[in-house]
Design a protein around this ligand. Structure first.
Ligand SMILES: [Zn+2]
Length: 399
């Protein structure tokens, strides 16, 4: 009896000692798995920046892709040619006397949530920046071709990723025809008219099914500088921040290789941008616009933007690959397809960016319940020890 009682007390002591240790190991293992999963996935990324850069060259060689131009027609045929295996539709629209055509490519049609990747393929009718010396239509190597190139390269690799949800690549026309001087024989229509028409033609069910919409615009600059653009879904930016850190794209933050990152993404730098993400945002779709508004300059929308200097020599394969791989990483991890529940509230999503806050809360409550259990076991231990001692003394007296 004494032996049995001692064994039970010993077992309780061991159990009490093990409980908090087991919990902290579980917690650290959990966060380790998350980071290691991201890092392991980074090793798998296959987006090829050189192929994307080749596409920038091919698009620029078509000449200006202003709405209704020969270059615009060639670009659409080029998209059709490069997206075999996708369901393609060409959607014709009109705004004032300007006819334009969005191109939409769908993969895994009807499967799960929908992730939309969007880029405008039109180039501006005039290089009308105050910094421009020549108002001829710009080449649009960065402002136009870079986003299209990234979407095409994603379109090449997506069928190999085994995703379990629908993806739409939307190539908008008529993003970049806003605020033009019509006395110069051009037609000015609202910015992002292509995106506006695209979202107007979605049913409410189609809108509700979209978990995220990511716009890529001006992503090829050799010297990339991304801030957080608004309007946006905060959760998408938090995910981007986390992934960027792990990929070494955030200044002074430690990446998967233990190296300090470079200053590509700085989401503390917040700027309002009017672009293709705005109409879908107003329709209630969670959106994010990845755009480098400091193209060839530290000033916002200055430098090469809307000038004759938006040429292929300003764009690099390395920059295209950084952004392409970031999007690919989110796709492979299922992060873009899981962000629907948040709408435009950053706190309620259950994916990686918010795992931090959600798991912080759950870790705290787990720790509280373990503290309570430990207290209960200590109380029982003292109670049982006292009873055992009393029993021994009683038995010795009887003996
Ligand atoms: Zn532009």
């Amino acid at each position: 009896m004494r032996f049995n009682l001692s064994t039970h007390i010993f077992a309780i002591i061991i159990f009490v000692c093990m409980m908090p240790v087991g919990n902290s190991m579980l917690v650290s293992h959990e966060s380790e798995i998350q980071d290691s999963l991201i890092c392991d996935t980074i090793d798998l990324l296959s987006f090829n920046g050189s192929l994307a850069n080749e596409s920038v060259h091919e698009q620029v060689d078509m000449g200006p892709r202003t709405p209704g131009s020969n270059g615009s027609h060639s670009l659409r045929m080029y998209l059709v040619d490069h997206l075999r295996g996708w369901d393609l539709t060409l959607q014709n629209h009109q705004y004032k006397e300007l006819n334009f055509t969005n191109v939409e490519a769908v993969y895994n049609s009807g499967m799960g949530n929908v992730v939309v990747l969007m880029a405008h393929y039109d180039t501006r009718q005039l290089a009308d920046s105050v910094l421009s010396n020549n108002e001829s239509p710009p080449d649009g190597a960065n402002d136009g071709a870079s986003g299209v190139a990234a979407l095409l390269e994603l379109g090449r690799i997506i069928p190999e990723l085994g995703l379990n949800h629908e993806i739409r690549l939307v190539f908008t026309d008529a993003e970049d025809q806003g605020n033009l001087d019509e006395s110069k024989n051009v037609t000015s229509i609202p910015w992002a008219a292509g995106s506006q028409r695209w979202v107007e033609n979605l049913s409410q069910t189609e809108i509700d099914d979209i978990s995220s919409l990511i716009v890529l615009d001006m992503i090829g600059d050799k010297d990339l500088n991304f801030g957080k653009t608004i309007p946006a879904n905060d959760t998408l930016w938090e995910i981007t921040q986390r992934l960027s850190i792990m990929m070494g794209l955030v200044d002074s933050e430690t990446d998967c290789d233990g190296q300090l990152g470079e200053p590509v993404f700085d989401i503390s730098d917040v700027i309002y941008v009017t672009d293709d993400h705005v109409p879908p945002h107003h329709a209630g779709i969670p959106v994010m616009n990845i755009i480098d508004v400091k193209y060839g300059s530290d000033e916002v929308l200055s430098g090469h933007w809307h000038t004759e200097n938006d040429t292929i020599d300003k764009v690099s394969a390395e920059s295209l690959e950084k952004v392409g791989k970031l999007v690919e990483l989110g796709l492979r991890l299922g992060l873009w397809s899981g962000s629907n529940s948040t709408s435009n509230d950053s706190a309620s999503n259950s994916n990686i960016s918010t795992n931090d806050s959600i798991s912080d809360v759950s870790i705290e409550s787990e720790e509280n319940s373990y503290r309570l259990m430990i207290g209960l076991f200590v109380f029982l231990f003292i109670l049982i020890s006292s009873l055992a001692g009393a029993w021994v003394i009683f038995a010795e007296k009887q003996g």
